[in-house]
Design a protein around this ligand. Structure first.
Ligand SMILES: Cc1ncc(COP(=O)(O)O)c(C=O)c1O
Length: 383
């Protein structure tokens, strides 16, 4: 590939929009500017788009339309569920882990400090696996109402959580279960009729949809009250005029992801295998963080790797890749600019002096781009 090429390997941070998504959004922006709360024809037309999207998203997840609440994205959905579970469901103890996204961890700090909630963080292995025995132990500690919040796919190391296993444990102890599925929805099929989870968080920009839109899945009869007060939108649960074009874009993105899921998963698995193979040839000592090198236990979209580089080289690595037009991430994207390193890698306790990079892929990536990356890395270590 030419040197002025730009290569985007940061799809866990955000994904490019699909053309069809842009088309669907543009159509709404051009032709449907009404406020869905207005009762005239303009409003009714906007409302129809919103409700069609809600029904469509619910159908894809095998959920009920009223269980889908549109929000501004993953962070808001996480905040909504945690705050409301404490306020409205009487939750006194929240069980989580140290490798959750900061949208969870920082919310837990607030709930602990301001609301006296007991937060129990599960230990994780050096691969980032949560301790299920400890989860059971915490669930059985006392009879206080509990919420478990554990992410479906870790955004830094790609580890997959066995959601069904957590559901079974939570049900046995009458605890609520929320999962931050921001990295999972749009990449894995969900059947929420079968999977008896109470709450989920999702964000469209992780599956080729627009930014600033997502949803919270709230199972029927889990009676939450609004966190954002105002109008009666979202059945009174989340005030504010609906972002109609974003909602339509999210639905379109999820619809395409769902239609093409098996094909795109196979394509991306192939790409990930190719990446791991090339990496091993170039850096036989490289260490994949968490389960990200294990095709069965991590998502097919990312690899997080510690590269065996001397300190002098390590300091220049990010800069060099950027200069060569390659975008990837040092830990989590939300952390860029931070000097304290990734809280996830720190929690695994396997921190090395080697620099760790997260490469995350989408169907718009190619093997030629991986070849280009390897060529750039090879030149970097040998010069
Ligand atoms: C696992 C996870 N949770 C939550 C978020 C926050 O989502 P949003 O950017 O839509 O607020 C992200 C985004 O990086 C994420 O990866």
């Amino acid at each position: 590939m030419k040197n002025n090429t730009t290569v985007y390997f940061d799809n866990a941070a955000t994904t490019p929009l699909r053309k069809e998504v842009i088309g669907a959004m543009a159509e709404v922006m051009e032709n449907c500017f009404g406020n869905p709360s207005s009762t005239h024809a303009f409003g009714r037309s906007a409302k129809a788009y919103v409700e069609t999207a809600r029904k469509g998203i619910a159908k894809i997840l095998n959920a009920q339309p009223q269980e889908i609440i549109f929000t501004s994205g993953g962070t808001e959905s996480d905040n909504m569920v945690l705050h409301c579970a404490v306020r409205d469901l009487g939750v006194k103890t929240i069980i989580s882990s140290a490798i959750e996204h900061h949208a969870i961890l920082h919310t837990l700090e607030i709930l602990e400090q301001n609301h006296g909630i007991e937060v129990k963080l599960l230990e994780v292995s050096d691969k980032g696996e949560v301790d299920f025995n400890q989860l059971e132990e915490y669930l059985a500690l006392d009879n206080s109402p509990k919420l478990v919040t554990l992410m479906h796919i870790n955004n830094e190391i790609g580890n997959l959580l066995d959601l069904e296993k957590v559901v079974v444990l939570c049900q046995a102890h009458q605890a609520y279960f929320h999962s931050d599925a921001v990295q999972g929805i749009g990449h894995y099929p969900f059947d929420l009729e079968a999977l008896k989870i109470d709450f989920l968080s999702a964000a469209a920009h992780k599956f080729h949809g627009p930014k600033g839109i997502g949803f919270a899945y709230i199972r029927k009869n889990r009676k939450l009250m609004p966190l954002i007060h105002g109008g009666t939108q979202e059945r009174g649960l989340r005030a504010g005029t609906e972002s109609v074009h974003n909602i339509v874009g999210m639905f379109k993105a999820l619809e395409i992801a769902n239609d093409l899921w098996a094909k795109e998963k196979a394509q991306l698995l192939e790409l990930k295998k190719y990446f791991l193979q090339k990496l091993k040839t170039l850096f036989p000592d490289a260490i994949t963080n968490g389960f990200s090198g294990d095709l069965k236990r991590s998502t097919y979209t990312l690899v997080n790797v510690a590269l065996p580089l001397p300190e002098s080289k390590a300091a220049m690595l990010d800069f060099h890749l950027d200069l060569k037009g390659i975008a990837c991430s040092k830990g989590s994207a939300c952390q860029s600019g931070s000097t304290s390193g990734s809280h996830v890698l720190n929690a695994l306790g396997t921190a090395t002096q080697w620099p760790s990079l997260r490469f995350s892929f989408s169907i718009f990536n190619t093997k030629a781009e991986i070849d280009y990356l390897m060529q750039v890395l090879e030149e970097f270590v040998t010069t």
